[in-house]
Design a protein around this ligand. Structure first.
Ligand code: SF4
Length: 399
């Protein structure tokens, strides 16, 4: 039987900012009472953000899916079309992409997440061309996009190293990488759900190269595709080890597998309790990553709200457009006022943030809340990408 006093002692150490081992994290994840986990994680969050611990943040962004054509065929993905499937496959042209950027700016969005399949023809040149066009037209938009998987793919298509690919797309306008494609980093669960994707070690190696070139990123984890608790903890341990060397991961974002329209059969979705336990463990174990993001898009608004009491300091984005996890069944939608209200009801002061987490607008007086009922989450009618997904929403124009 697990010694509750020993568990509490580990929780106390982590709550005070001390480092815990992988074995201790697994023990906590399996056995610590949920309430005690939440208390410790919240204490760790308050300690890290002493002075601004009353604030929880969100960002306004647009997820732009540029193609759903993909050669990687991840089993959990409801978004992709095989290159030969000309009925289902599509790509957006640059004018369409620029129009979506213009709408994002008009609606107060500060960031775009360029996200799509591993198209067999899209090498480094494609991304250079598109990022430079976006930056030229909208220098105020932050391009927080792609991830190690896309880099691995585009470098192979263009016959260059990952380092050269990163240098070139960064020079063309990419500001930072999203944590897409991490899925599950340990070998067994990764091969089970994404057998054609690069290995977890390679994903981390490319992120390390990026961080050392000054391109920071977030990190993610896909929960609920059949992985064990030990594999979940191994995933975050692999991220922590890399972060010890680079310091380049700004945030960790766990989100839950959505079961519709894909090739994984018989998987049981992660429960809200499992999700909240992971948020809390992430805050306690990832002592070298500043931000833990609650993902309300896949787990629901109430669970997202609760995550703010389990160690999360950020609720991610009000997405002007999201199609990836939505293709797999995520049905939660929201708007800016609702996110502001959710945060307030969780007893925090909402603040709109930048990609780099600076507070752009602190909503400390409800009388001054922004009024814009066009800013709502939305799924594009064109259907969209499936799995390198992130928790996102979309702001759409109603005209
Ligand atoms: S998750 Fe991404 S890489 Fe995998 S099949 Fe879907 S679009 Fe392709």
């Amino acid at each position: 039987m697990t010694d509750q006093a020993a568990l509490q002692s580990v929780l106390d150490r982590a709550a005070a900012g001390g480092r815990i081992t992988k074995e201790e994290a697994l023990d906590l994840y399996r056995h610590a009472p949920l309430h005690a986990l939440g208390q410790a994680a919240d204490a760790a969050r308050r300690l890290r953000y002493a002075g601004t611990e009353h604030i929880a943040t969100y960002i306004i962004e647009r997820n732009i899916n540029y193609t759903n054509v993909c050669v990687t065929a991840c089993k959990f993905c409801a978004f992709y079309a095989a290159p030969k499937d000309t009925k289902k496959g599509w790509s957006r042209d640059l004018d369409d992409i620029l129009r979506r950027c213009a709408e994002t700016v008009e609606l107060g969005g500060t960031q775009i997440m360029f996200q799509g399949g591993h198209h067999p023809d899209y090498g480094v040149e494609y991304y250079e061309h598109h990022f430079s066009a976006i930056k030229k037209a909208f220098p105020q938009l932050v391009i927080h996009s792609l991830g190690a998987s896309e880099v691995d793919h585009m470098a192979r298509i263009s016959g260059v190293s990952a380092e050269e690919a990163i240098r070139r797309i960064h020079a063309a306008g990419l500001d930072s990488f999203a944590g897409a494609g991490a899925e599950l980093l340990p070998e067994r669960p990764r091969k089970a759900i994404a057998p054609l994707k690069e290995s977890g070690e390679r994903w981390l190696e490319i992120m390390e190269i990026a961080h050392k070139l000054g391109v920071e990123s977030t990190s993610t984890m896909l929960m609920g595709t059949g992985e064990t608790n030990a594999e979940r903890i191994e995933h975050i341990a692999m991220i922590r080890d890399t972060q010890d060397r680079t310091g380049g991961f700004r945030a960790f974002i766990p989100y839950t597998y959505q079961p519709e329209n894909n090739h994984l059969k018989g998987r049981t979705q992660a429960t809200v309790f499992e999700y909240l336990r992971m948020i809390a463990i992430a805050r306690l174990f990832l002592d070298n990553i500043a931000h833990i993001q609650g993902s309300w898009l896949t787990v629901g608004k109430e669970a997202g709200q609760l995550s703010l009491h389990y160690g999360a300091d950020d609720l991610g984005s009000i997405m002007l457009e999201e199609n990836v996890v939505s293709s797999a069944g995520a049905r939660h939608r929201s708007n800016r006022q609702e996110i502001i209200d959710l945060i307030r009801k969780a007893d925090r002061v909402p603040a709109q943030r930048a990609t780099t987490y600076e507070h752009l607008l602190v909503h400390d007086d409800p009388a001054n809340d922004p009024v814009d009922d066009r800013v709502v989450s939305h799924i594009s009618s064109t259907a969209i990408e499936g799995g390198t997904a992130h928790p996102e929403l979309k702001l759409i124009s109603t005209n």
